[in-house]
Write a protein that binds this ligand. Structure first.
Ligand SMILES: [Zn+2]
Length: 205
């Protein structure tokens, strides 16, 4: 069957089921090896470095997870779900988790984010915490980022310098010029003006 023939899907049930969810997240080709290289950001690095089952195990505590076929099941460790029955499952093969009670699931970073009460937009911080918790190096920004910063530095410096010059001239006009204007002798006034501007630039730089 081609993709077109199978579309629209016959299943009209929009409630996410475990199998649908797991197949969405299914990444069999993924390796567990942590590369620890600097070009990956924390979220990708954490997904690669920390298996879901390891975090699930830590969150559920010793004996908190029991084997159920290919999965492990236990009481949901998420702080806002008071789970009386073991609704939480982790699948080490597919490297995903799902809670049948609160209908949430995902990868290891989602689990860390929800378990440690981070907002979704702070997922990268949850990921960094996760790497730290499991003894991995938190990756730095990619080298390209630093190269870009380096390329833009002359422009940023020029803008800063221009701003400083404007402030310098304004201060000079308001603070120093009235004093120099008060000098009656033309030659002396001109000499003082040169000196004052030189002195002022040195002071205000
Ligand atoms: Zn739950």
């Amino acid at each position: 069957m081609t993709v077109l023939e199978s579309y629209p899907p016959t299943n009209n049930n929009t409630t996410p089921t475990r199998s649908k969810f797991l197949s969405d997240e299914h990444r069999p080709e993924r390796t567990r090896r942590f590369r620890g290289v600097s070009y990956v950001f924390p979220i990708d690095a954490a997904k690669e470095a920390v298996p879901v089952i390891d975090l699930a195990d830590r969150l559920c505590g010793p004996g908190g997870l029991r084997r159920a076929g290919k999965e492990w099941a236990g009481r949901c460790p998420l702080p806002d779900h008071e789970d009386r029955s073991p609704s939480f499952t982790a699948n080490p093969e597919r490297n995903v988790w799902f809670c049948h009670g609160c209908l949430r699931g995902g990868d290891v970073v989602t689990l860390a984010q929800l378990a440690w009460n981070y907002a979704q937009r702070d997922s990268h911080i949850a990921a960094a915490d996760l790497l730290h918790e499991f003894g991995h190096v938190i990756p730095q920004r990619p080298a390209a980022y630093f190269r870009k910063q380096e390329r833009q530095k002359p422009i940023r410096d020029a803008i800063e310098e221009t701003k400083k010059n404007i402030v310098r001239r304004r201060l000079f006009r308001h603070l120093i010029l009235p004093l120099i204007d008060a000098i009656e002798d033309d030659e002396e006034r001109s000499r003082e003006l040169d000196r004052a501007w030189t002195d002022f630039q040195r002071l205000a730089s």
